[in-house]
Design a protein around this ligand. Structure first.
Ligand SMILES: Nc1ncnc2c1ncn2[C@@H]1O[C@H](COP(=O)(O)OP(=O)(O)OP(=O)(O)O)[C@@H](O)[C@H]1O
Ligand SMILES: [Mg+2]
Length: 381
């Protein structure tokens, strides 16, 4: 069997994970990350550049072995999200998995009748006989089950363009998933009943996901990310090049001024020193704005329990003291998200920049529910 590769194409970096299978779970063979260009807000803007990066990643990651399938995350403007309600009769008057599967199938079929290809459908809430929404419909009695779905479809040409590039580069098959599915698989949402949040601090956006009872309860994408910290540093310390500010942030920055010692640090490439606490003050202002935006979204959904957990991910969360600042602002427990279900070294599973690529390895194509017929099938439905 050939390799599976996965691809997360962010606005600042591209990550490719390469895996074979061992004992039913993907076993990571390599993970490669490069600075990206040619993509903006999830859309391919420079085909030649993107193709050359994909070529490089495939050569470096797969080392000439055949790649059977590539799992690619779509996000930003290459995705469209809509809500759809589906009602199905409950066949044995007690809601069973088969009723949920039948509703999934109906949702897919009706969504696929639209013009854009369907990538995924997630149930967000259920209601029984037109009653109030519930997240736990199983084993309850009802005549009718209504499911509210979030339906993700591909938008624009990026999906076809990426598919063509990967097939041309020798990949056997390409499957697309919304980035949120990769997060869900990565942190193992289907096996987690508790209510918890995931905040993705990306370069150009901040993603806020709230889960409860193994469902995606809320998703908000805020159009501001940690690259804004770099522009702030440039303006505050009269630095001309963004890459110098980024390096200063990554090497010496902190999200919490009070956690810094009073010492001087040098601006990379310039013979100029600044106070570390002054740097942290500039960074903290922007990080507070980003994190407060995310926390506000969670609080709007009533997610305020001090025992509930906020998981941080995305490259921006690697900034020193970000967890401390997030805890201070939210009053909740914050820690880094760690990927589950992939066989890999602990430091890779915990790496904030790798979660989407690892989660993608676990994504599976949709398999339509097959109605069981005959007395045996009806008995065990
Ligand atoms: N060690 C580090 N310390 C501080 N910040 C870091 C570190 N490493 C990366 N970053 C920051 O993380 C951000 C990039 O995060 P990430 O790689 O998740 O973005 P992306 O997925 O390319 O972007 P997006 O998801 O918004 O399209 C940049 O602002 C970068 O400067
Ligand atoms: Mg990202």
């Amino acid at each position: 069997m050939g390799l599976t590769v996965s691809l997360d194409m962010g606005s600042e970096k591209m990550v490719m994970a390469v895996a074979g299978e061992s004992g039913g779970a993907p076993k990571l063979a390599a993970i490669k990350m490069i600075a990206s260009a040619g993509m903006e807000e999830g859309v391919v803007t420079d085909k030649a550049k993107v193709r050359s990066y994909l070529d490089f990643l495939l050569k470096e990651g797969a080392k000439g072995e055949p790649v059977e399938v590539a799992h690619v995350a779509l996000s930003g403007k290459s995705l469209r999200v809509t809500e759809r309600k589906v009602t199905v009769p409950v066949q044995r008057k007690i809601v069973k998995e088969s009723d949920l599967a039948r509703a999934d199938k109906r949702c897919r079929e009706t969504a696929e009748a639209g013009e854009n290809p369907v990538l995924d459908c997630f149930p967000a809430a259920y209601s029984l006989d037109g009653g109030s929404p519930t997240r736990r419909p199983l084993d309850r009695s009802a005549k009718e089950l209504t499911v509210t779905y979030r339906v993700y479809t591909a938008s624009g040409n990026s999906r076809q363009e990426l598919e063509k590039m990967l097939l041309d580069l020798g990949v056997g098959q390409v499957r697309f998933f919304p980035a949120v599915r990769a997060f869900m698989e990565g942190v193992g949402v289907r096996n987690r009943k508790e209510r918890f949040a995931l905040v993705d601090l990306g370069a150009s956006h901040t993603g806020v996901l709230l889960f409860a009872d193994s469902l995606l309860e809320k998703e908000a994408i805020l159009p501001l990310g940690t690259e804004t910290v770099d522009t702030d540093i440039c303006a505050a310390f009269k630095i001309e090049e963004l890459r110098q500010a980024r390096k200063l942030k990554q090497d010496e920055g902190s999200a919490l001024r009070s956690a810094c010692r009073n010492e001087k640090v040098e601006i990379p490439g310039l013979r100029k020193q600044i106070e570390k606490r002054d740097l942290a003050k500039v960074i903290q202002c922007r990080m507070e704005e980003l994190l407060e935006g995310a926390i506000f979204q969670l609080q709007q959904a009533g997610f305020t329990d001090p025992e509930a957990e906020i998981l941080l991910t995305g490259g921006g969360s690697r900034l020193a003291d970000t967890l401390l600042l997030a805890e201070k602002l939210s009053g909740q427990r914050c820690r880094y998200a760690k990927a589950r279900g992939v066989q890999a070294a602990d430091d890779v599973l915990s790496a904030p920049s790798c979660l989407i690529a690892l989660g993608l390895l676990l994504c599976k194509p949709y398999e339509p529910f097959e109605e069981q017929t005959g007395w045996f099938g009806r008995l065990f439905r």
